[in-house]
Design a protein. Structure first.
Length: 209
């Protein structure tokens, strides 16, 4: 007589990337509440100090420089990087992602193209989605309409965006965010299409650096 188990089917790892101003964070927030899959957003670790109202383990896992460096040396990050050379590090903890996947969750990593390349190289076999607003002109308009950054900061983000847009071909799926509801629907449909597909044999995580 077969023995029944209560173990959930393993989840899937999902990468959502795109240039600053593409609307990734808004899309992810809406996905978490509107897509029927068991989606969770991976909480990154960082060495930056918490901002007012932020809580450890909710916005980020806040680590001091020494602890972050130790975890990095031990290969505990799926991906990590120093942002803009300011001495502030961000990273995805492999153990946390593995725990969520084992519990049947579909774990979303909202990371840049460099981080995505590290995860793909780890043989984690993620579902990869690149989000953008349709072109550099539209992206510049969105960044300027924010009204929150200096001209220098906007130009720096646009230069980074030009480089990131060249990485679209390395992603399995491309979604143009003309409107939030449409982009959320498109991404949810993409993810739903993977529900019945067999889990890749190579889906396992290992620390990246």
């Amino acid at each position: 007589m077969p023995v029944e188990t209560n173990h959930p089917a393993p989840g899937r790892l999902v990468i959502i990337s795109g240039p600053s101003g593409a609307g990734k964070s808004s899309i992810v927030r809406r996905l978490l509440t509107h897509c029927p899959l068991p989606l969770v957003l991976s909480v990154s670790a960082t060495t930056r100090a918490p901002r007012p109202g932020e809580q450890d383990g909710r916005e980020y896992h806040y680590l001091d420089d020494d602890r972050f460096a130790e975890l990095r040396r031990d290969g505990k990050f799926l991906e990590c990087k120093e942002v803009f050379g300011r001495g502030v590090w961000y990273g995805t903890l492999a153990d946390q992602v593995e725990t969520e996947l084992a519990a049947g969750k579909w774990v979303i990593l909202e990371i840049d193209v460099e981080g995505a390349a590290s995860v793909i190289a780890s043989e984690a076999s993620p579902i990869t989605i690149f989000v953008h607003p349709g072109g550099m002109e539209e992206l510049e308009t969105r960044l300027r309409n924010r009204g929150t950054e200096s001209e220098e900061a906007i130009l720096r983000r646009l230069e980074v965006a030009r480089q990131e847009m060249q990485a679209i071909a390395y992603y399995q799926h491309e979604v143009i965010n003309h409107d939030l509801d449409g982009a959320v629907r498109d991404i949810c449909n993409i993810l739903e299409s993977y529900r019945s597909r067999p889990l890749p044999q190579s889906q396992h995580l290992c620390g990246g650096r």
